[in-house]
Design a protein around this ligand. Structure first.
Ligand SMILES: [Zn+2]
Length: 68
């Protein structure tokens, strides 16, 4: 989970691990260094670093099946 705090209106909200993973994938595909998340309250774009998304992802690689 990624905890966020909107700098514009002060609203605290969060992304689930799955949402963070999806956001990270999208940002990497677009070669962006940050991901913009719109505040659910004031709808302004909040920039989140990919590192922050990575940290908030559910179980990074821990659940990956053995092999490969
Ligand atoms: Zn806000």
């Amino acid at each position: 989970m990624v905890s966020l705090h909107c700098p514009y209106c002060g609203w605290a909200f969060s992304l689930t691990g799955e949402e963070a993973a999806a956001a990270l994938e999208e940002a990497e595909r677009a070669h962006h260094k940050t991901y913009e998340i719109h505040c659910p309250r004031c709808r302004r774009a909040n920039k989140v670093s990919l590192q922050q998304l990575r940290k908030g992802m559910a179980r990074p690689a821990a659940d990956a099946p053995a092999g490969d």
